[in-house]
Ligand binder design. Structure first.
Ligand SMILES: *Cc1c(COP(=O)(O)O)cnc(C)c1O
Length: 350
Protein backbone atom coordinates (compact mmCIF):
# COMPACT_ATOMS: atom_id res chain seq x y z
CA UNK A 1 0.00 0.00 0.00
CA UNK A 2 1.30 3.47 -0.88
CA UNK A 3 1.70 5.60 2.23
CA UNK A 4 -1.06 8.10 1.43
CA UNK A 5 -3.53 5.28 1.19
CA UNK A 6 -3.15 4.47 4.90
CA UNK A 7 -4.95 7.65 5.93
CA UNK A 8 -7.90 7.41 3.66
CA UNK A 9 -11.38 6.85 5.02
CA UNK A 10 -12.29 3.43 3.70
CA UNK A 11 -15.85 2.23 3.68
CA UNK A 12 -17.79 -0.61 2.15
CA UNK A 13 -20.63 1.35 0.58
CA UNK A 14 -24.34 0.65 0.73
CA UNK A 15 -25.56 -1.11 -2.40
CA UNK A 16 -28.85 0.32 -3.65
CA UNK A 17 -31.27 -1.81 -5.65
CA UNK A 18 -30.77 -1.89 -9.40
CA UNK A 19 -32.22 0.89 -11.53
CA UNK A 20 -32.32 -0.86 -14.92
CA UNK A 21 -32.16 1.39 -17.98
CA UNK A 22 -34.27 -0.80 -20.27
CA UNK A 23 -37.93 -0.07 -20.91
CA UNK A 24 -40.68 -2.68 -20.33
CA UNK A 25 -39.39 -3.69 -16.94
CA UNK A 26 -41.72 -4.62 -14.13
CA UNK A 27 -39.83 -2.95 -11.36
CA UNK A 28 -40.66 -4.33 -7.93
CA UNK A 29 -37.19 -4.06 -6.39
CA UNK A 30 -36.76 -0.66 -4.69
CA UNK A 31 -40.11 0.07 -2.99
CA UNK A 32 -41.06 2.96 -5.22
CA UNK A 33 -44.75 3.81 -5.49
CA UNK A 34 -45.97 3.07 -9.04
CA UNK A 35 -48.52 5.87 -9.30
CA UNK A 36 -46.25 8.93 -9.45
CA UNK A 37 -46.88 12.23 -7.72
CA UNK A 38 -50.08 14.27 -7.90
CA UNK A 39 -51.00 16.23 -11.08
CA UNK A 40 -50.59 19.39 -9.04
CA UNK A 41 -46.94 18.50 -8.52
CA UNK A 42 -46.44 17.89 -12.24
CA UNK A 43 -48.16 21.17 -13.18
CA UNK A 44 -46.00 23.08 -10.76
CA UNK A 45 -42.89 21.39 -12.14
CA UNK A 46 -43.24 23.07 -15.56
CA UNK A 47 -43.69 26.49 -13.95
CA UNK A 48 -40.44 26.38 -11.98
CA UNK A 49 -38.43 29.55 -12.31
CA UNK A 50 -35.48 31.29 -10.72
CA UNK A 51 -33.21 28.30 -10.90
CA UNK A 52 -30.34 30.81 -11.14
CA UNK A 53 -30.72 31.63 -7.44
CA UNK A 54 -29.54 29.60 -4.50
CA UNK A 55 -32.48 27.92 -2.80
CA UNK A 56 -33.71 28.99 0.63
CA UNK A 57 -31.15 27.31 2.91
CA UNK A 58 -33.83 26.76 5.56
CA UNK A 59 -36.32 25.33 3.02
CA UNK A 60 -38.89 27.27 5.07
CA UNK A 61 -41.87 26.74 2.73
CA UNK A 62 -41.49 23.00 2.94
CA UNK A 63 -40.72 22.93 6.66
CA UNK A 64 -43.89 24.96 7.30
CA UNK A 65 -46.03 22.80 5.02
CA UNK A 66 -44.85 19.63 6.77
CA UNK A 67 -45.27 21.19 10.23
CA UNK A 68 -48.83 22.31 9.40
CA UNK A 69 -49.69 18.91 7.98
CA UNK A 70 -48.68 17.16 11.19
CA UNK A 71 -49.93 19.85 13.56
CA UNK A 72 -46.41 20.77 14.72
CA UNK A 73 -44.45 23.99 14.97
CA UNK A 74 -41.74 24.64 12.37
CA UNK A 75 -39.13 24.33 15.13
CA UNK A 76 -40.05 20.64 15.35
CA UNK A 77 -39.25 19.82 11.69
CA UNK A 78 -35.97 19.27 9.84
CA UNK A 79 -35.83 18.56 6.10
CA UNK A 80 -33.15 16.92 4.00
CA UNK A 81 -32.25 15.31 0.70
CA UNK A 82 -34.23 12.13 1.15
CA UNK A 83 -34.44 10.44 4.51
CA UNK A 84 -31.02 8.95 3.78
CA UNK A 85 -29.59 12.46 4.15
CA UNK A 86 -31.70 13.12 7.27
CA UNK A 87 -30.61 9.82 8.81
CA UNK A 88 -26.92 10.31 7.97
CA UNK A 89 -27.10 13.80 9.48
CA UNK A 90 -28.80 12.31 12.57
CA UNK A 91 -26.12 9.66 12.99
CA UNK A 92 -23.50 12.43 12.86
CA UNK A 93 -25.40 14.68 15.28
CA UNK A 94 -26.77 12.27 17.87
CA UNK A 95 -24.57 9.20 17.96
CA UNK A 96 -21.32 10.41 19.51
CA UNK A 97 -21.03 8.17 22.53
CA UNK A 98 -18.30 5.59 23.14
CA UNK A 99 -21.06 3.06 23.77
CA UNK A 100 -22.53 1.03 20.95
CA UNK A 101 -25.65 2.18 19.20
CA UNK A 102 -28.23 -0.58 18.77
CA UNK A 103 -30.29 -1.63 15.76
CA UNK A 104 -31.86 -4.91 14.58
CA UNK A 105 -29.73 -7.47 12.71
CA UNK A 106 -32.36 -7.62 10.00
CA UNK A 107 -33.12 -4.05 9.01
CA UNK A 108 -32.33 -1.24 6.58
CA UNK A 109 -28.80 -2.04 5.46
CA UNK A 110 -27.66 1.59 5.43
CA UNK A 111 -27.45 1.79 9.25
CA UNK A 112 -24.24 -0.20 9.61
CA UNK A 113 -22.74 1.65 6.64
CA UNK A 114 -23.26 5.04 8.34
CA UNK A 115 -21.98 3.65 11.63
CA UNK A 116 -18.81 2.51 9.86
CA UNK A 117 -18.48 5.77 7.92
CA UNK A 118 -18.77 7.93 11.04
CA UNK A 119 -16.80 5.48 13.22
CA UNK A 120 -19.71 4.92 15.58
CA UNK A 121 -19.55 1.66 17.56
CA UNK A 122 -22.64 -0.44 16.94
CA UNK A 123 -24.32 -3.72 17.80
CA UNK A 124 -26.81 -5.56 15.68
CA UNK A 125 -29.48 -7.00 17.96
CA UNK A 126 -31.05 -10.20 16.64
CA UNK A 127 -34.74 -10.12 15.80
CA UNK A 128 -36.59 -13.25 16.95
CA UNK A 129 -37.46 -16.27 14.78
CA UNK A 130 -40.59 -14.55 13.49
CA UNK A 131 -38.44 -11.52 12.57
CA UNK A 132 -39.94 -9.45 15.38
CA UNK A 133 -37.85 -6.86 17.22
CA UNK A 134 -37.78 -7.68 20.95
CA UNK A 135 -38.17 -4.49 23.00
CA UNK A 136 -36.46 -5.83 26.13
CA UNK A 137 -33.27 -6.47 24.14
CA UNK A 138 -32.97 -2.69 23.96
CA UNK A 139 -33.05 -2.09 27.72
CA UNK A 140 -29.28 -2.48 28.08
CA UNK A 141 -26.80 0.37 28.23
CA UNK A 142 -26.22 1.88 24.76
CA UNK A 143 -25.16 4.96 22.78
CA UNK A 144 -28.43 5.39 20.89
CA UNK A 145 -31.07 3.35 19.09
CA UNK A 146 -32.48 3.28 15.59
CA UNK A 147 -35.04 1.01 13.97
CA UNK A 148 -37.60 1.32 11.20
CA UNK A 149 -41.27 0.87 12.03
CA UNK A 150 -42.59 -0.86 9.96
CA UNK A 151 -39.24 -2.65 9.70
CA UNK A 152 -37.58 -3.30 6.34
CA UNK A 153 -37.20 -5.71 4.64
CA UNK A 154 -39.52 -7.69 6.94
CA UNK A 155 -42.56 -5.34 6.49
CA UNK A 156 -43.57 -5.94 10.13
CA UNK A 157 -45.05 -3.04 12.14
CA UNK A 158 -45.01 -2.81 15.91
CA UNK A 159 -47.64 -0.84 17.88
CA UNK A 160 -47.11 2.51 19.53
CA UNK A 161 -46.86 0.85 22.95
CA UNK A 162 -43.83 -1.09 21.69
CA UNK A 163 -42.07 2.09 20.57
CA UNK A 164 -42.89 3.78 23.86
CA UNK A 165 -41.51 0.79 25.74
CA UNK A 166 -38.14 1.25 24.00
CA UNK A 167 -38.12 5.06 24.26
CA UNK A 168 -39.09 5.09 27.95
CA UNK A 169 -36.30 2.63 28.78
CA UNK A 170 -33.74 4.77 26.95
CA UNK A 171 -34.24 8.36 28.03
CA UNK A 172 -30.49 9.04 28.27
CA UNK A 173 -29.89 8.52 24.55
CA UNK A 174 -31.53 9.51 21.28
CA UNK A 175 -33.99 7.01 19.83
CA UNK A 176 -34.69 7.34 16.10
CA UNK A 177 -37.76 5.71 14.56
CA UNK A 178 -37.45 5.46 10.78
CA UNK A 179 -41.04 5.67 9.51
CA UNK A 180 -40.30 5.32 5.78
CA UNK A 181 -43.30 2.98 5.37
CA UNK A 182 -45.67 4.09 8.12
CA UNK A 183 -48.33 5.45 5.72
CA UNK A 184 -49.00 1.94 4.42
CA UNK A 185 -50.40 0.67 7.71
CA UNK A 186 -48.05 1.39 10.60
CA UNK A 187 -48.79 3.32 13.75
CA UNK A 188 -46.76 6.53 14.02
CA UNK A 189 -44.67 7.45 17.05
CA UNK A 190 -45.40 11.12 16.43
CA UNK A 191 -47.74 11.47 19.46
CA UNK A 192 -44.73 10.64 21.66
CA UNK A 193 -42.45 13.51 20.59
CA UNK A 194 -44.00 15.92 23.10
CA UNK A 195 -43.68 13.41 25.90
CA UNK A 196 -40.11 12.29 25.13
CA UNK A 197 -37.53 14.92 24.15
CA UNK A 198 -35.09 12.18 23.06
CA UNK A 199 -37.31 10.77 20.28
CA UNK A 200 -36.78 11.58 16.60
CA UNK A 201 -39.27 10.40 13.95
CA UNK A 202 -37.99 10.26 10.36
CA UNK A 203 -40.14 10.17 7.22
CA UNK A 204 -39.67 10.25 3.45
CA UNK A 205 -41.52 11.42 0.33
CA UNK A 206 -39.94 8.54 -1.64
CA UNK A 207 -42.37 5.74 -0.85
CA UNK A 208 -45.93 6.81 0.02
CA UNK A 209 -45.66 10.15 -1.82
CA UNK A 210 -44.14 8.55 -4.91
CA UNK A 211 -41.40 11.17 -5.24
CA UNK A 212 -38.19 9.15 -4.86
CA UNK A 213 -36.61 11.10 -7.72
CA UNK A 214 -36.93 14.43 -5.90
CA UNK A 215 -35.13 13.31 -2.74
CA UNK A 216 -37.16 14.68 0.16
CA UNK A 217 -37.02 13.42 3.71
CA UNK A 218 -37.71 14.94 7.10
CA UNK A 219 -37.37 14.48 10.81
CA UNK A 220 -39.75 15.51 13.57
CA UNK A 221 -38.86 15.92 17.21
CA UNK A 222 -38.25 18.25 20.09
CA UNK A 223 -37.07 21.77 18.96
CA UNK A 224 -33.75 21.14 20.71
CA UNK A 225 -33.06 18.04 18.60
CA UNK A 226 -34.03 19.93 15.45
CA UNK A 227 -31.71 22.79 16.34
CA UNK A 228 -28.79 20.41 16.86
CA UNK A 229 -29.53 18.81 13.48
CA UNK A 230 -29.63 22.21 11.79
CA UNK A 231 -26.33 23.22 13.40
CA UNK A 232 -24.66 20.16 11.89
CA UNK A 233 -26.34 20.66 8.52
CA UNK A 234 -25.20 24.30 8.28
CA UNK A 235 -21.70 23.20 9.20
CA UNK A 236 -21.68 20.74 6.35
CA UNK A 237 -23.66 22.15 3.40
CA UNK A 238 -26.09 25.08 3.69
CA UNK A 239 -28.02 24.22 0.55
CA UNK A 240 -28.84 20.56 0.92
CA UNK A 241 -32.30 20.88 -0.62
CA UNK A 242 -32.70 22.19 -4.14
CA UNK A 243 -35.43 24.62 -5.10
CA UNK A 244 -37.55 22.21 -7.21
CA UNK A 245 -37.71 19.73 -4.35
CA UNK A 246 -38.78 22.43 -1.90
CA UNK A 247 -41.51 23.78 -4.20
CA UNK A 248 -42.80 20.41 -5.42
CA UNK A 249 -42.73 18.93 -1.93
CA UNK A 250 -45.13 21.67 -0.82
CA UNK A 251 -47.49 20.79 -3.72
CA UNK A 252 -47.48 17.14 -2.74
CA UNK A 253 -48.50 17.98 0.81
CA UNK A 254 -51.29 20.21 -0.56
CA UNK A 255 -52.93 17.35 -2.51
CA UNK A 256 -53.83 15.09 0.38
CA UNK A 257 -56.72 13.44 -1.41
CA UNK A 258 -54.46 12.13 -4.17
CA UNK A 259 -51.87 10.99 -1.64
CA UNK A 260 -54.42 9.03 0.36
CA UNK A 261 -56.00 7.47 -2.72
CA UNK A 262 -52.71 6.08 -4.09
CA UNK A 263 -51.71 4.74 -0.69
CA UNK A 264 -55.11 3.02 -0.46
CA UNK A 265 -54.59 1.46 -3.90
CA UNK A 266 -51.20 0.09 -2.89
CA UNK A 267 -52.68 -1.43 0.28
CA UNK A 268 -55.56 -2.99 -1.64
CA UNK A 269 -53.21 -4.51 -4.23
CA UNK A 270 -50.92 -5.77 -1.45
CA UNK A 271 -53.73 -7.63 0.31
CA UNK A 272 -55.00 -9.15 -2.95
CA UNK A 273 -51.51 -10.21 -4.04
CA UNK A 274 -50.76 -11.73 -0.62
CA UNK A 275 -53.86 -13.92 -0.83
CA UNK A 276 -52.98 -15.05 -4.35
CA UNK A 277 -49.39 -16.04 -3.59
CA UNK A 278 -50.39 -17.87 -0.42
CA UNK A 279 -52.45 -20.15 -2.67
CA UNK A 280 -49.30 -21.19 -4.53
CA UNK A 281 -47.01 -22.04 -1.63
CA UNK A 282 -45.63 -18.68 -0.56
CA UNK A 283 -45.82 -17.27 2.93
CA UNK A 284 -44.95 -13.87 4.33
CA UNK A 285 -45.35 -11.83 7.51
CA UNK A 286 -48.34 -9.48 7.75
CA UNK A 287 -47.18 -6.38 5.91
CA UNK A 288 -47.72 -2.78 6.96
CA UNK A 289 -45.52 -1.52 4.12
CA UNK A 290 -45.63 -1.24 0.32
CA UNK A 291 -43.85 -4.56 -0.09
CA UNK A 292 -44.13 -8.20 0.94
CA UNK A 293 -41.32 -10.31 2.33
CA UNK A 294 -42.00 -13.69 0.78
CA UNK A 295 -40.60 -17.19 0.94
CA UNK A 296 -41.69 -20.37 -0.84
CA UNK A 297 -42.27 -23.87 0.59
CA UNK A 298 -40.10 -25.64 -1.95
CA UNK A 299 -38.48 -23.26 -4.45
CA UNK A 300 -35.41 -21.30 -3.39
CA UNK A 301 -35.65 -17.51 -3.36
CA UNK A 302 -32.49 -17.03 -5.38
CA UNK A 303 -33.73 -19.25 -8.19
CA UNK A 304 -37.04 -17.41 -8.35
CA UNK A 305 -35.24 -14.08 -8.29
CA UNK A 306 -33.02 -15.06 -11.21
CA UNK A 307 -35.82 -16.57 -13.26
CA UNK A 308 -38.00 -13.48 -12.78
CA UNK A 309 -35.14 -11.23 -13.80
CA UNK A 310 -34.81 -13.09 -17.10
CA UNK A 311 -38.46 -12.19 -17.72
CA UNK A 312 -37.72 -8.51 -16.95
CA UNK A 313 -39.37 -8.66 -13.55
CA UNK A 314 -37.09 -7.19 -10.89
CA UNK A 315 -37.58 -8.00 -7.21
CA UNK A 316 -35.05 -7.72 -4.37
CA UNK A 317 -32.96 -10.62 -3.14
CA UNK A 318 -30.59 -10.21 -0.18
CA UNK A 319 -27.78 -12.70 -0.03
CA UNK A 320 -27.52 -12.39 3.75
CA UNK A 321 -27.72 -14.76 6.71
CA UNK A 322 -31.27 -15.56 7.95
CA UNK A 323 -33.01 -13.93 4.98
CA UNK A 324 -31.36 -15.57 1.98
CA UNK A 325 -34.47 -17.60 1.21
CA UNK A 326 -36.71 -14.54 1.04
CA UNK A 327 -37.63 -12.04 -1.62
CA UNK A 328 -38.73 -8.49 -0.99
CA UNK A 329 -41.44 -7.71 -3.50
CA UNK A 330 -42.56 -4.09 -3.94
CA UNK A 331 -46.29 -3.65 -4.59
CA UNK A 332 -46.66 -2.21 -8.09
CA UNK A 333 -49.88 -1.54 -9.96
CA UNK A 334 -52.55 -4.25 -10.02
CA UNK A 335 -51.59 -4.96 -13.65
CA UNK A 336 -47.90 -5.39 -12.79
CA UNK A 337 -48.74 -7.73 -9.92
CA UNK A 338 -51.02 -9.77 -12.16
CA UNK A 339 -48.15 -10.21 -14.61
CA UNK A 340 -45.81 -11.23 -11.81
CA UNK A 341 -48.40 -13.74 -10.60
CA UNK A 342 -48.73 -15.22 -14.09
CA UNK A 343 -44.96 -15.61 -14.17
CA UNK A 344 -44.88 -17.29 -10.74
CA UNK A 345 -47.63 -19.76 -11.60
CA UNK A 346 -45.92 -20.68 -14.84
CA UNK A 347 -42.54 -20.98 -13.13
CA UNK A 348 -43.94 -23.17 -10.34
CA UNK A 349 -46.09 -25.21 -12.72
CA UNK A 350 -49.37 -24.55 -10.91
C1 LIG B 1 -36.27 3.79 1.43
C2 LIG B 1 -35.83 3.90 2.84
C3 LIG B 1 -35.13 5.02 3.31
C4 LIG B 1 -34.58 6.09 2.42
O1 LIG B 1 -35.45 6.76 1.66
P1 LIG B 1 -35.05 8.10 0.92
O2 LIG B 1 -35.39 7.85 -0.50
O3 LIG B 1 -33.61 8.40 1.12
O4 LIG B 1 -35.92 9.10 1.57
C5 LIG B 1 -34.84 5.08 4.67
N1 LIG B 1 -35.18 4.11 5.50
C6 LIG B 1 -35.81 3.02 5.09
C7 LIG B 1 -36.15 1.95 6.06
C8 LIG B 1 -36.14 2.87 3.74
O5 LIG B 1 -36.72 1.75 3.32
Amino acid sequence: MTSWEKNIRKVVPYVPGEQPKEKNIIKLNTNENPYGPSKKVMEKAVELENLKLYPDPAASMLVEAIADYHGLSKEQVFVGVGSDDVLAMSFMTFFNSDKSILFPDITYSFYDVWAELFKIPYERVAVNDSFRIVASDYYKDNGGIIFPNPNAPTSIAEPLSFVEDIVSHNQDVIVIVDEAYVDFGGETALPLIDKYDNLLVVRTFSKSRSMAGLRIGYAMGNPKLIKYLNDVKYSYNSYTMNMPSIVLGVESIADDEYFKSTVAKVIETREWFKQEIEKIGFSCPTSAANFLFITHDTKGAKEIFEAARKENIYVRYFNKPRIDNYLRVTIGTREEMEKFLVFLKKYLNV
